[in-house]
Each structure stands twice: as structure tokens, then as C-alpha cells.
Design a protein around this ligand. Structure first.
Ligand code: HEC
Length: 110
């Protein structure tokens, strides 16, 4: 009798494709976070802030939690605040950089 290709082989292959796909998704999420951290660091934000701990300024995760309900309005408000340096120390980032940093911070809310 000839070996017939077992359906098991097909299932195993599908399973490993699923595993690969989820690993890729996890990896992508991981890099997004690493990018945000690198950007925050490059712009000096992490001198006064930390993602999880209060330093000179509040923890970004607390900021994200605080504005969770209304991210769009919060983003406009926070970008203006950081850009003008009113009520917040002046930062070395231009408006677009501030926008993407604030967006990243707000998006980090669970
Ligand atoms: C010299 C210290 C310092 C640096 C540098 C700094 N911050 Fe802050 N930040 C603070 C302090 C102090 C507060 C709390 C007072 C306040 O709310 O403005 C704060 C508050 C914030 C808040 C919350 C504001 C609110 O109204 O809830 C955000 C968002 C923020 N910082 C983002 C940033 C980003 C992004 C950078 C980098 C571009 C940055 N900060 C750099 C000191 C700093």
C-alpha cells in the first residue's frame, strides 16, 4: 500500500502558520512600544517622565488613563500645552513630534 498524505500534516502546517502570524502580531506591538520609548527618550521626555512611575512629571500610563475617555480632545489640549510651554516645561520637540508623542502616550492606555 502507498503512503497516503495524512491530513495530519496539513493540520500541523496550518497550525504553525497561525502561530507564526500571532508571533508577528506580538512582535509588531512590541516594536511600536519600543519606538515610542525611544522617541520619548530622544526628545528628553524621559528625563522627567517614565511610562510606569511618577518622576518629576506624572507617569505616562497615568496620563493615558486620565484622558482615556476623550483622547481626541486631550490630544489637542496636551499638544497645545507642550508646544507653548504653558503649564508644562518647554520641550525640545516641534509640533509634529509633540503630536506623535502625545498620541503614543494616549494610545498606551489599556
Ligand atoms: C523638565 C521636566 C519635564 C520634561 C523634560 C517633560 N515633562 Fe511632561 N510634565 C512635567 C511635569 C512637572 C508635569 C506635570 C505638570 C503638568 O501637568 O504640566 C508634566 C506633565 C505632562 C503631561 C500631562 C499634562 C496634563 O495636563 O495632564 C504630558 C502628556 C507630558 N508631560 C508629556 C511630555 C512629553 C511628551 C515630553 C517630551 C517632549 C515631556 N512631557 C517632557 C515635566 C516634564
Amino acid at each position: 500500500m502507498m503512503d497516503n498524505p495524512t491530513p495530519n500534516g496539513v493540520i500541523a502546517m496550518k497550525t504553525s502558520l497561525v502561530i507564526l502570524a500571532s508571533a508577528a502580531a506580538l512582535f509588531a506591538a512590541g516594536t511600536a512600544n519600543a519606538d515610542l520609548n525611544a522617541d520619548l527618550k530622544a526628545k528628553g521626555c524621559l528625563g522627567c517622565h517614565d511610562m510606569d512611575k511618577k518622576k518629576v512629571g506624572p507617569a505616562f500610563k497615568d496620563v493615558a488613563a486620565k484622558y482615556k475617555g476623550d483622547k481626541a480632545a486631550a490630544q489637542t489640549k496636551l499638544v497645545a500645552k507642550l508646544k507653548d510651554g504653558k503649564g508644562h516645561p518647554k520641550v525640545k520637540a516641534d509640533e509634529n513630534e509633540i503630536k506623535s508623542l502625545v498620541e503614543g502616550v494616549l494610545a498606551s492606555a489599556k
